[in-house]
Write a protein of this length. Structure first.
Length: 50
């Protein structure tokens, strides 16, 4: 289980609605909406951006 970086929802990696890779790390998302928000500004949702 991992956390969606956009909404904070816990997501099972095998049941993720979407995934994206940023700077070599794969992120999982509960929905395509959260993935789209992430892709607009990945640094906002990663450790270095907040």
């Amino acid at each position: 289980m991992t956390k969606d970086p956009v909404c904070g929802m816990t997501v099972a990696g095998t049941k993720a609605a979407a995934t994206a890779t940023h700077e070599g790390k794969t992120y999982v998302f509960c929905s395509d909406t959260c993935k789209a928000k992430f892709l607009q500004d990945p640094r906002r949702y990663t450790e270095g951006g907040q």
